[in-house]
Design a protein around this ligand. Structure first.
Ligand code: UDP
Ligand code: MG
Length: 138
């Protein structure tokens, strides 16, 4: 049975022109792109998205980064999409990420790490409607 997850191409990767290469890796790895758009987060919208991390020391810097420029938000669909997208992304810190992962290939550091992915069905269920309405998922 197919599953949906939520992903972001973050401002570092969009700014450096990696959007096309990342979308290509996503499609080559068997994901169907059910929703896709380019948006710019306000600081407030970035804070809302990362609300679970509000007590972490990196929260202010992270939300500055996520609102510094455009991002590409996506809904990705395949069997086991949540776990498989996390695997294709690679570890949070690109220094620890496996060869061939998006973060190993494109990320600058633990904060500017190219992509986001939902970590559970619960997160996907909150993150998808944070950006997409039903008409935008096809
Ligand atoms: N982050 C950071 N410093 C850290 C850990 C995380 O700047 O020490 C940033 C990084 O951009 C990461 C995001 O905060 O992607 C959310 O952290 P999380 O632990 O949820 O990592 P992810 O699920 O994105 O791998
Ligand atoms: Mg996370």
């Amino acid at each position: 049975m197919s599953e949906k997850t939520f992903g972001i191409i973050k401002p570092d990767a969009v700014g450096k022109g990696y959007t096309g290469e990342i979308l290509s890796m996503i499609e080559k790895n068997g994901f169907r792109i059910a929703g896709l758009k380019k948006v710019r987060l306000s600081k407030e919208k970035a804070e809302g998205f990362y609300f679970v991390h509000r007590e972490r020391p990196f929260f202010n810097s992270l939300t500055d980064f996520m609102s510094e420029g455009p991002i590409v938000v996506m809904v990705l669909e395949k069997e086991n999409a949540i776990a498989d997208w996390r695997k294709l992304m690679g570890a949070t810190n690109p220094a620890d990420a496996d060869e061939g992962t998006i973060r190993k290939t494109f990320a600058e550091n633990i904060e500017r790490n190219a992509v986001h992915g939902s970590d559970s069905p619960e997160s996907a269920g909150i993150e998808i409607p944070y950006f997409f309405n039903q008409l935008e998922l096809v």
